[in-house]
Structure formats: C-alpha cells, structure tokens
Design a binder for this molecule. Structure first.
Ligand code: ADP
Length: 851
C-alpha cells in the first residue's frame, strides 16, 4: 500500500477497541467513544498530545461481547489498523462521550501488550509495508492477473452506480489513480459487507489473499445490483404497461389521456395549417399566419404563448376575408319593408330610400355615413335593422355608449395579457360575412380617457378612403371594411366629436305625436307584445282610448319605449288571468256548472268585474276578449303617474311654462320666480347651464329698463325692480341639466307676472331666445317642443317668428289642436301670455294654425 509504505508508524501504539465496525486501511470511519478505557485514551493521548505522532493510534476490532465490558482487558484481536485521528468531538449528552473521526493508514500486528491501564498500549509491527517484501517471491504475473480481474469487477460495479452522483464519479477516478493494492481495502469498506467479512479482509495480510477474498464480495455486490436494476426495470415496465392500459380504459369512459390529447393537438395544428392555406385571407395575412404556425409547431404546449398564438390563428381563419352575402336591393321592396316595419317617420324613410337608391345605381358604398339622431325609443335601431333586411345583409349592433378606450375599437396588441380584437373585428367574426350592416349605437356617448380617443379610431373605420385597409392592433394585418355598411345613432349631435360628425349625414328622428303613438302601438307594439306573451287578439282587447290613457297618464316620453313596456305589463297581467282561466276550465266539474254561472265565474277569474267595461259583463261568453279599460289599467299599472297639473300650478303670479329640448325629446318646464326683501341679488336654482343663467340676467336687465313702460314695480312700489329686493328663479322638474338660450322669453314672462302681480294664461307655453333690446330670436327643436306642449294638453304656443318654417314639419292634426303665436319681440310675447294683453302699445298677432 502506497500510503502505508510511505509512512512509518510508531512501534508503540495506544489501542482503541471498537465494537461498531472494522476500520480498514484507506477508509475513514466515525466512531463513538464512551468506554472508560477509550475515553481515557482520547483525553490523555489525543487531546493532550501535541505532535503528529500522538494522533496515530491503533484501532483494534473488539470481537468480544460488548455487554460484557468489564475492567479486565478482553482478548485482543491480533491484527488492527493504525489510524490517524482526524477529529475529536466531545459531548455530555446523553452521557459523556467523544466522537472520533479516524482514517486507516495500514495494518499492524500486536507483538506485545505493554500496559493495560488506563488504556492499552502495545508494541506493534507494521504489516502492509512488510508485506511487499514478504510477497516479493510471488510471481508478478499471477498477482497482476488477480489485480486486473479485481479492477475489472470494481469498474463494472462502479459503472452500475449512478455516475451523476459526485461521490460515484470520484470513486471512478480513484479506481484509476490509486495503486491497485489499495483497492481491496477501500472497496470492502464501501460495498455492503458484514463486520465479519471486513475482519476477514483485515486479517488477510497477504495481498494475493486479499484480492482473492474481495473478488467474491464484489461479484456478490454486482449481482445484487443487477437484480435490483432488473426489478426496477420490470417495475417501470409495469408502470408503462399500466399507462398503456389506461388509455383504453379511459376511452371506454369517453375521455382522453394526455398522450392522446397531445396527439390530437398536433392534429389540430395540422388542421389549422390546412385551414389557413385553404382560407381566402389576404396575402399579407397568409404570410403572417404561416409564420405563426411555424412558431406554434416548435412551441411546447405548456407555454402561455401557445394558447395565444393558437387563438390568434383560429380568429384569422374564422374571419370572413372573402365571404359576403349577395345584396338583393330593390327599391320598391325596400319601401314595402320599411313601411311594414315602421309607422310614420316619413322623412327618415324617404332619406333612407334615397340612400339605398343611390347604392343600387352606383354600386359602391363611398359616401356619408347615415346618422339617425333623436330621442330614445323612436325607432332608430329598428330602422337600421330594417335596412339590413331590405338589403338582405347581416345586421350587427355595436353599442358605443361609455366606450372610452380606443382599443375597444381597434383591439389590443397581442403582447398584452388578455389581448383581444376590437369590436369591429369581433363583430365581423360574429356575423361571418364581410358586408354586414353595422349599427354604431350611441356615438354621442363615446368618452375620452387616458387610453386614447375612441372617436379617432372610429374615424378610420368610417372613412371610406381609409377603411379598406383597417388595421386592428390584435390582427396586425389590414382588413378590408369597405363593404361594411355603417349606420350610426345618437340622441344629440352636440356631443358627437366634430370630426366624426363631419363624416356623417345627420337625419333627425323627432319624437312621436300622441296619434302616431297610438297608431304605432296598435299596428306594431301590441301585436308584438301579444306574440311574446302567447296571447291572441281573441283573449285581450286594448281599445284606442286605453292606449291614449297609457300614453298621457302613464308615460311622458318622445319615443315609444315606455309605452311598449307598459303594454308588456298589461299582457303579462292578462296572461296570468288567461292561464288561470284555462286551468279552471280544464277541471271536469266545470262542465256541470250552469252556463250563466260559468261565465260569471270565468270573468271574475279573468279580469275582475270592476276591470271590465261596465256593459253586461256577466253575460259575456268565456272566450270574450279581456277588455282593458281605465279600471283595468289602474289595476295593472297602478295609479296614473302624470296628471294634468298645468292649471293648478299657474294659479299664482310668477309662474310661466317654457318649452325645453333635451336629448330625450321635448319637455314642458315650469319657471317659478319669487321676490323678497334684500339687496338686489338674483338666485338661480335647478340644474342649469351657463347659457341659461345668462338668459336670466338678460331678462332682468330688459325688465328693469322697461319697468316704467309696463308699470312694473317692486314691493315698495318703486320702478327700480331690484331696489331692496332679491329675486329667486327656480327651474324645477328633474335632474336633467337644462341649458340653452330658449328659456329667455319664459323668464321674462315669469318675472313680468311676478312684478305685475298678474297670472300668466294657464294654456300657453313659450320658447325663444331674447336680446337686450327685446327682440325674440329663433331657437331649435321646435317640433319636439311643440309635441311636448301638445302632450301636456296646452293650447297656445309662443314661438319666435323666424321659426315659422319649422311648423311645416308638425303633423296636421297637432297643428289643428294648437294656436301658434309668432313673436318677433318681447312686447308680443307678453301680450300673448297674459289675458287681455300686457303692454300699452300692444301689437297682438294671433295665428290660427292653418298650416
Ligand atoms: P331607438 O333605437 O331609437 O332608441 P328602438 O329602435 O330601439 O329605439 O325602438 C324601440 C321600440 O319601438 C322598438 O321595438 C321599435 O320597433 C318600436 N318603434 C319605434 N318607432 C316605431 C315605428 N315608427 N313603428 C313601429 N315600431 C316602432
């Protein structure tokens, strides 16, 4: 042994007796020391010694029974291992002991025991070094063969171990670097051997013998490992077999395993590629898609980007790049469809037909986008739908109300998590053709935010010069939108971004008159509601007076949406009665009841006697339609929501009725004024805009400058109206912000009433802007305002003279009900507003509407 041959161990060695295991030269062992003899050795030799020699001890395996450890020294094994104490660790717990780390150096043989106490010391003879000489006579070849054989087994053994473990790799290197003679000892201490076997190796002083004894140990270990590997492999095979069996089992249950899923996914990708190649997408899009699919194939499925890319490609395939419906435009048919679907709206229908006619003659869609502007529920959306129907195109509504992010229109870039295409591309995917009718609903309610201006994105969509190559951020390739027919709707043009408004042709859709509403209800809404509720005209009858009652007393709107809802509520209530009645009728004993009684009970069940018009209720046969009269209305809808309050509110000075226009249609508006002692301040309340406030100041200024002329005085009789007087003007009714100059005349009238103490006529409403000089200027929204006054049951309307032309738009029967006063200056307004005129130099001009 090289290590052994290089060192010379002392001839006298203290002996450490170990029970636990056998230390062999070249190996390291940790052993616990707790017997008094060994403890003494450690204390006085190892801990006190200062030279290197003092750290060398003789380790002798203690073959005697450890339990019989007594004071007498047992019979010592003759051969031991000289060892270097590398480390000593002491501890008091659980009992005092030392832990020694010792490395074996070489064999020795006890020649003579020199002393026994406190620890044994013996005169020893170093064996391994001697051995080289003693074995010198052995033929080199024989030993070489043995060692070669041993080496082969050793290599075989080590290579069967897991070489990725660093200790194994190190061992493999050691095999080559260490002298062969050292190997049997080292390997024996590494491989699984009993203490007895190790002892035998220790005792095999002759190298040849040691080789011979260790080879069977190595072989045994190799066989053991082989067996282990075999069982492991077969276990793995078993596992595999289990996996292989599972798919079949799973399939029989209708689900798929991971392997299959993967395969299927692969198939899907191939299919996707096929679809991409056969789809009619643009060249640019095809290029991008093929690039993406190439990436997809290389990507592991677990990557988040895999799903993203796949979704993208699937969308690209689904998009209607080249798919369109065939237009079947025939103007006469279009007219019929529009007329059938909608009552009234003549102006709108006319314009739509013109638009369609141009499309028919000139087969391109370049031109302004139609934008229907009007209050809610006047049929804007529904006309859009009819246009799609007449053209035979798909219809898709894109609600823009509240959209404040341009990515809503143009999509998110694919780098974002959760990115998706914008509403335009999504809409195209939904309809599946590239030439649908897109209704951009509520363009006036687009909002701006930090995420960009959606109106700017819409501009690109709507511009016929640009939209043939609209690029959604998600798609990142151009899509041709030029075949899409865009129609926009809005409640007011005021809030439509100007650039957007510029691209559109605005068609005003005013509110309906009561008569129109009645017609719409009977022609369209009631039949629709009956159908929705599974009722027939034989089961329910709503006379026109009832509809009028609903319109005037339960709704106050420009459109017909609330009316539609109320009719729905009536149908629901009737449906319950009808269903209950049917249930009752189905009972067999009902047949035996007398006819008259039967009818009576049926009516009671169906509609309650007081809900049905008073004529001979009890004589009605059971199939008689349930008649909805005012009683029934009250029953179903509750007490009327709106009453004719006009006359009640005008019974004291300082109140006048104005007409306001809001995006929801026209409205009547009571303006109230009161005065009190003060310092000439004006207080304004109600939801008012700046222009309205200016009108109030103008009105006061004009009245103050004309106070003498009209004999207007304050409470103390002074013509200085604001002298010691405060004025409070209130514009009640609602949280809707009212703004605009058109309340000027109403404020003047109201204040004139306040300061003159005279009552304003209770049947008159007015609108008009004023100037400081007392002129009345024209205002907008006359039709809606007139309809509102008509709805409220007013009879006379004061409007600016220059608005006379607007009266033509108003339906004949409405005009007949009303008297219009055309006022050029405030004198005329005041004269018309007060019974018996107002000014001295009155120039009254009544105009009986014959327009
Ligand atoms: P908008 O888009 O103007 O808010 P909608 O188009 O949604 O209103 O119309 C509301 C309801 O009123 C729809 O059921 C529609 O059919 C009906 N409607 C409105 N105007 C008419 C009309 N002139 N003729 C028939 N039905 C109408």
């Amino acid at each position: 042994m090289a290590a052994g041959s290089a060192i010379q161990i002392p001839s006298r060695l203290p002996l450490l007796l170990t029970h636990e295991s056998v230390l062999l030269p070249g190996s390291t062992m940790r052993t616990s020391v707790d017997s008094p003899r060994n403890m003494q050795l450690v204390r006085s030799r190892l801990l006190k010694g200062t030279s290197l020699r003092s750290t060398i001890i003789g380790v002798i395996p203690n073959t005697s029974d450890p339990t019989s450890d007594c004071d007498d020294l047992p019979n010592l094994h003759r051969i031991g291992t000289a060892a270097l104490a590398v480390q000593v660790v002491g501890s008091n717990w659980p009992k005092p002991h030392y832990t020694l780390l010792v490395t074996g150096l070489c064999r020795f043989q006890i020649l003579q025991l020199l002393k026994e106490k406190p620890y044994p010391v013996a005169e020893v003879q170093q064996l391994d070094r001697l051995e080289q000489f003693t074995n010198g006579h052995k033929s080199e070849e024989e030993l070489g063969e043995l060692s070669e054989q041993f080496y082969k087994y050793a290599v075989q053994l080590v290579e069967m171990l897991d070489m990725s473990v660093p200790a194994v790799a190190k061992l493999r290197r050691l095999l080559d670097n260490l002298p062969r003679e050292a190997l049997p000892d080292i390997l024996t201490s590494i491989i699984r051997t009993t203490n007895q076997e190790k002892l035998q190796i220790l005792d095999a002083v002759r190298l040849e013998e040691r080789f011979k004894m260790t080879i069977p140990l190595l072989v045994r270990q190799i066989e053991g490992l082989k067996l282990l590997q075999k069982t492991r492999k077969s276990k793995q095979d078993d596992d595999k077999r289990v996996v292989a069996i599972r798919p079949n089992r799973r399939i029989s249950h209708g689900s798929i395993t991971e392997d299959e899923e993967e395969e299927e996914d692969h198939d899907d990708v191939v299919m996707l590629e096929k679809k991409i190649r056969t789809s009619s997408m643009s060249e640019q899009a095809l290029k991008v898609c093929l690039k993406e699919i190439k990436r997809l194939k290389k990507m592991p499925q677990s990557m988040p980007e895999y799903a993203l890319t796949r979704n993208y490609l699937e969308l690209m395939v689904e998009l209607p790049w080249n798919k369109s419906t065939k237009d079947r435009l025939e103007i006469r048919a279009a007219r019929i469809v529009l007329d059938n679907d909608h009552y009234a709206m003549e102006k709108l229908k006319k314009r739509v037909l013109e638009y369609l006619a141009v499309r028919q003659l000139k087969n391109n869609l370049k031109g302004p986008i139609l934008c229907f502007v009007g209050p809610p529920g006047v049929g804007k959306t529904s006309v859009g739908r009819s246009i799609a129907k007449t053209l035979g195109r798909e219809f898709h509504r894109i609600a823009l109300g509240g959209v404040c992010d341009q990515s809503d229109i143009r999509g998110h870039r694919r780098t974002y998590v959760g990115s998706m295409p914008g509403r335009i591309i999504n809409g195209l995917k939904t309809v599946g053709v590239n030439n649908p009718v897109f209704l951009l609903d509520e363009v006036d309610k687009l909002a701006k935010s930090l995420q960009g201006d959606p109106a700017a994105a819409l501009l690109e969509v709507l511009d016929p010069e640009q939209n043939h190559s609209f690029t959604d951020h998600y798609l990142n390739v151009a899509f041709d939108l030029s075949q899409v027919l865009f129609i926009a709707t809005a409640n007011t043009t005021a809030t439509i971004p100007p650039a957007l408004l510029d691209r559109m042709e605005v068609i005003q859709v005013p509110g309906y008159t009561q008569e129109e509403k009645i017609e719409i209800a009977h022609r369209h809404l009631i039949p629709k509601q009956l159908e929705q509720h599974g009722l027939t005209p034989q089961q329910i009858q709503i006379p026109q007076v009832t509809t009028l009652g609903i319109i005037t007393r339960y709704t106050r709107e420009a459109g017909v949406r609330a009316l539609d809802r109320k009719l729905g509520a009536i149908c629901r209530a009737v449906a319950v009665k009808v269903a209950e009645g049917q249930h009752k009728e189905a009972k067999p004993d009902r047949a035996e009841v007398g006819e008259g009684e039967d009818c009576k009970e049926h009516i009671t069940e169906d509609a309650k006697p007081e809900s049905i018009s008073d004529t001979a209720d009890l004589a009605l046969p059971p199939e008689m339609p349930i008649l909805i009269d005012f009683h029934a209305l009250k029953d179903i809808l509750g007490p009327p929501m709106y009453d004719m309050e006009v006359s009640e509110r005008l019974n004291q000075p300082g109140v006048a009725i104005g007409l306001a226009w809001t995006p929801l249609g026209g409205e009547i508006m009571f303006v109230e004024a009161s005065r009190m002692d003060g310092e000439g301040q004006l207080t304004l309340t109600g939801q008012l805009g700046d222009v309205m406030k200016e009108s109030a100041h103008l009105a006061i200024s004009w009245l103050r400058s004309n106070a003498k002329r009209y004999q207007l005085t304050n409470a103390s009789g002074s013509f200085d109206l604001l002298d010691n007087t405060d004025i409070h003007l209130h514009f009640p009714a609602g949280a809707v912000t009212k703004d605009g100059p058109s309340a000027g005349v109403t404020i003047v009238t109201c204040l004139a009433s306040l300061f003159s103490g005279r009552l304003v006529c209770s049947d008159v409403a007015m609108t008009g802007e004023i100037t400081l000089r007392g002129l009345v200027l024209p205002v907008g929204g006359i039709k809606d305002k007139v309809l509102a006054a008509h709805r409220a049951g007013l009879k006379r309307i004061i409007i600016p003279q220059r608005n006379e032309k607007d009266l033509e738009e108003i339906a004949e029967h409405v005009r007949q009900d009303l008297t219009f006063v055309l006022a050029g200056c405030l004198d005329e307004v005041l004269n018309a507003a007060f019974d018996g005129g107002f000014a001295v130099k009155a120039r009254l001009e009544h105009l009986n509407s014959k327009l």
